[in-house]
Design a protein around this ligand. Structure first.
Ligand SMILES: *Cc1c(COP(=O)(O)O)cnc(C)c1O
Length: 466
């Protein structure tokens, strides 16, 4: 497929603008004078170009997308409509507060609901993504220790089942990372945690349920131990789909949390569009929250302009108000039910890494299967594409080898889950009869197997005119 720049024809355009009825303004000479190198096409060409691009990718609207840890669920269109209302889109970030009272109400009400759901006391919407929220949250913890004059705390504990952004965040905030192993049941090893705790520990970062889909039964003990050692507890709530409305991180003993509004709360994601990593905290951290227009924080850090990606917050509020007090826990109940149903249906063929009731996601361990058939988790993932399904998350978490991590979400029907289980069964059989075919999958996709190493080492993300 040609790039839009290659389709450009000099002089081609669609004149849709009415004639100018205000005096023309001459740009000062110091502004850019040479023409921008933009593609020139008519509306029809542009429409076809982007429609063709759409058809080359797999989105939630195309089919099943069980990408573990990413919560690729269907986002109701009504939330998009709310976010498109002119009262929200046509505002200026510097408008005086009394002119945007409705927007302020959106921020306050969403913060109130999310504090209620997470068990926190204060919130900021400045961070634009989950990792950005982690960064903000750990900076709150850092400021807390600094304000007490406690400079000895230079380390953050991160369990080995953590999302890769957690150790990266701790390092970005200037902390050394202490890795704590998981016990064989997938939970934090309490003895290893006790051994790691001390006066040099600023805090702990944890996801619960963790990335293998297991709710840590010792969570109250874990947060108690960290507090006893003078540290604070950070909850990676990127994905709240298993627990919202049922159990609150604040009640588990956490002091600070981020929530990806673009995973759990109705903003489409995956294409790098705007997100929001809302950060909530307990009273003791509230005074360190970023000071931002329209929100209450008074701290000295600033991670983004104004109130963050405001329209993402509008979607989250529309979503929460549509679901209501009953709908929120019902959504997470169904997410957990769907994950367990799919795991049970797949179990006869592929092997779960942890054979017990899971939360919103589960991990398959294909190491034995690979020994038997030579077919890897990657081969299975690529074969799923040929069957109209987006692959699960691969080779993550790192504690499971040949891992495939599935998160079906609550928005999938029983029929879709049955169909997916049937595809897995079919591929399990195929691996035993024609493994060679699977080594070369996908056979029917627009793109085969890209050279991922070369793409990572030498990314070409910009068009350069020949
Ligand atoms: C997705 C995710 C993140 C990172 O969120 P981004 O918005 O991609 O930065 C962090 N932790 C967990 C557990 C996640 O699932």
């Amino acid at each position: 497929m040609k790039l839009i720049f290659e389709k450009s024809v000099p002089g081609r355009h669609s004149s849709l603008l009415p004639a100018c009825d205000v005096p023309a303004y001459e740009l000062p000479v110091e502004t850019r004078q040479e023409p921008l190198d933009l593609p020139e096409l008519c509306e029809n060409d542009v429409s076809r170009h982007y429609t063709q691009l759409c058809q080359r990718v797999h989105g939630v609207n195309c089919g099943f997308y069980p990408l573990g840890s990413c919560t690729m669920k269907y986002n109701p269109r009504i939330d998009e409509e709310a976010a498109a209302l002119p009262g929200f889109t046509a505002i200026h970030p510097l408008a005086p507060s009394e002119a945007v009272k409705g927007c302020r109400e959106v921020l306050d009400l969403t913060a109130k609901y999310l504090c209620e759901i997470s068990g926190m006391d204060g919130m900021t919407f400045q961070p634009a993504a989950g990792a950005h929220g982690e960064f903000t949250g750990v900076l709150l913890i850092k400021q807390y220790h600094d304000a007490r004059g406690d400079k000895a705390r230079t380390k953050i504990i991160v369990p080995d089942s953590a999302h890769g952004t957690n150790p990266a965040t701790a390092a970005m905030c200037g902390y050394d990372v202490v890795n704590v192993a998981s016990a064989p049941d997938g939970c934090v090893d309490l003895d290893a945690l006790k051994a790691a705790l001390g006066p040099d520990i600023a805090g702990l970062m944890l996801t619960n349920p963790n990335t293998v889909g297991i709710f840590d039964k010792n969570i109250l003990e874990i947060t108690r131990l960290v507090h006893e050692a003078g540290g604070l507890c950070y909850y990676d709530g990127a994905n709240l789909n298993a627990v919202m409305g049922h159990v609150r991180p604040g009640d588990m003993g956490f002091d600070c949390i981020h929530m990806n509004l673009h995973k759990t709360f109705a903003t489409p994601h995956g294409g790098g569009g705007p997100g929001a990593g809302a950060v909530g905290c307990k009273d003791l951290l509230k005074k360190f929250l970023p000071k931002s227009a329209l929100m209450e924080g008074e701290g000295s850090i600033q991670v983004r302009g104004f109130a963050g990606n405001f329209l993402v917050v509008v979607r989250a509020l529309a979503y929460l108000m549509t679901l209501g007090r009953e709908g929120v826990p019902e959504a997470s109940t169904n997410a957990v039910l769907n994950a367990n149903y799919l795991m049970e249906r797949i179990k006869g063929t592929f092997t779960p890494a942890f054979d017990r009731v899971c939360m919103h996601e589960f991990v398959l361990d294909l190491s034995e299967f690979k020994k038997e058939t030579g077919v890897s988790a990657l081969d299975v993932a690529k074969s799923l594409i040929d069957n109209g399904m987006h692959p699960p998350t691969m080779y993550f978490p790192l504690i499971v080898h040949e891992a495939l991590m599935l998160e079906p979400t609550e928005t999938e029907s029983k029929e879709t889950l049955d169909e997916a289980a049937e595809i897995f069964r079919k591929l399990f059989d195929l691996a035993h009869t024609d493994p060679e075919y699977m080594h070369h999958a996908p056979h029917h996709a627009q793109i085969g197997r890209p050279d991922e190493v070369a793409a990572a080492r030498n990314p070409i993300v910009r068009w350069v005119k020949a």
